[in-house]
Design a protein. Structure first.
Length: 203
C-alpha cells in the first residue's frame, strides 16, 4: 500500500488546529488536496538503506515495536519517517512475531477511535490507519494524520481486507502534519503497540 501513498502528497495544504491533545499538548492536523498518482514531484524520498532493501524486495527497518492485533502478536516496523514540505511521510509494515502463528486481520486495529464525518454526510470507515500520531515531547505537541478535502484520512484504508501472515506482511502508509524544522526526533504512537521513543525524523 505504501506505493499508492506516494501520489497523495499535497499540492495545496491548509493547516487546521484541532483542539488540544489529552496530554495537554496542542494537537495539529492538516488538510491536503490529492495529486495524481505517479506525480514524481509529490513523492517522498526513502533513505539509501531503504532504497537498497526495496531493491531486494523489502524496505530496511528504521525502528520497530511489538504489540497485538486480532488477538495475536504483531511487529510494527517503521521503514520511512521523512519530511516532505509541511508534511511527514510514514511507511511501515506489520509482521507476525511468531512466523508459525495464524494470520491476523488488521481491520480497525489501527484507527483513531474517533467518529469522522465526511463532507458528503457519510462517515469514514473504521478500517483505516488514522490512529498513528507523532509526539514532540519537548514542545508537548501531537501531530495527526492529514486529511483530504472531504475529511478522509491520507492513509492506508480498506484494512478489513488486510491479513498479516508469515508469507505476507502488510504494508502501511500515512501522511502526517510536520512539526517545526528544529524537531529532529519524535515519539510515534500506534494503537495496540508500545510507543516508539526518539524516532529520527529524516529531512
Amino acid at each position: 500500500m505504501s506505493r499508492w501513498m506516494s501520489g497523495l502528497i499535497a499540492a495545496a495544504l491548509a493547516v487546521a488546529i484541532a483542539g488540544c491533545g489529552g496530554d495537554g499538548g496542542e494537537t495539529k492536523t492538516v488538510t491536503v488536496e490529492e495529486t495524481p498518482a505517479g506525480d514524481a514531484s509529490a513523492e517522498g524520498t526513502a533513505s539509501p538503506e531503504a532504497d537498497q532493501a526495496e531493491g531486494e524486495g523489502e524496505a530496511a527497518p528504521v525502528v520497530e515495536t511489538e504489540g497485538s492485533i486480532d488477538g495475536g502478536r504483531a511487529r510494527f516496523v517503521v521503514t520511512q519517517l521523512q519530511r516532505s514540505g509541511p508534511t511527514v511521510i510514514l511507511n511501515a509494515r506489520l509482521e507476525l512475531v511468531d512466523p508459525a502463528g495464524d494470520e491476523l486481520q488488521v481491520a480497525s486495529s489501527l484507527e483513531d477511535g474517533t467518529f469522522q464525518e465526511l463532507a458528503d454526510g457519510s462517515s469514514e470507515p473504521g478500517d483505516v490507519f488514522d490512529g498513528v500520531a507523532m509526539i514532540d515531547p519537548e514542545g508537548r505537541k501531537k501531530y495527526l494524520v492529514a486529511r483530504d478535502e472531504i475529511n478522509h484520512c491520507v492513509c492506508s484504508n480498506d484494512l478489513g481486507a488486510a491479513f498479516v501472515s508469515a508469507e505476507a506482511p502488510v504494508e502501511l502508509a500515512a501522511t502526517l502534519t510536520a512539526p517545526p524544522p528544529d524537531v529532529t526526533q519524535v515519539d510515534l504512537i500506534v494503537p495496540g503497540f508500545e510507543t516508539l521513543r526518539d524516532v529520527p525524523l529524516a529531512d
